[in-house]
Design a protein around this ligand. Structure first.
Ligand SMILES: [Zn+2]
Length: 201
């Protein structure tokens, strides 16, 4: 992995020294303000998009930025949500979809996923989003609509997790839906009316 090793060397030589005091503080403190749930897509980098410092974002990245609705029993997504909300006490949760999402494209265009059965099963967590755009003709606008509706659907799933439900009832956490456009760098904040407004674009 020559590229990664080079990157680590540059980090240690050029980046870390300027942030040494921050990392010294972070060595004993972990109080992120935001739980960021995004897609695993390599082009959607939460810390780059938000220009946050280390320690600010608690990040969960899954294929399609999907958040399974709560079910009893342990899994990595549920445990990470609970830890961020109930233990770390984040004040905000962002679910961020994005343009050209492979997961959403597969659903919008009805791709054959028989060679990727686990992916196909995972994408069932977007069934509600898919149902909302069922009447649309296949095309670019269908994908745009599905990406947006998937953010709404995952925010709804998020609210079924007891830690989130409690924080919402106590008004200690605020949910946000974003869509990141890879080609332009724009971030659209979705509102409950579904129209959306650009964030600092
Ligand atoms: Zn994606």
């Amino acid at each position: 992995m020559p590229d990664l090793a080079d990157g680590i060397a540059r980090f240690q030589q050029d980046v870390f020294p300027a942030k040494a005091d921050l990392f010294a503080h972070l060595a004993g403190h972990h109080r992120p303000h935001t739980l960021f749930i995004g897609c695993s897509d390599a082009r959607v980098v939460p810390e780059l998009i938000t220009q946050g410092e280390p320690g600010e974002l608690f990040v969960i990245r899954t294929a399609g930025n999907l958040v399974p609705a709560y079910t009893p029993g342990a899994n990595g997504v549920t445990a990470s949500i609970e830890y961020a909300v109930a233990v770390l006490g984040v004040s905000d949760i962002v679910v961020c979809g994005h343009s050209a999402c492979g997961a959403m494209t597969a659903l919008a265009e009805g791709h054959d996923l028989s060679d990727a059965p686990v992916v196909a099963g995972w994408l069932r967590h977007a069934d509600a989003a898919l149902a909302r755009i069922a009447g649309m003709a296949t095309g670019p606008q269908k994908l745009v609509a599905l990406v947006q509706q998937n953010v709404y659907a995952q925010l709804a799933n998020l609210a079924t997790h007891p830690s989130v439900a409690r924080a919402l009832a106590e008004r200690t956490v605020t949910l946000h839906g974003w869509v990141f456009d890879i080609a332009t760098g724009h971030v659209e904040a979705l509102d409950t009316a579904g129209t959306g407004t650009a964030l600092a674009s």
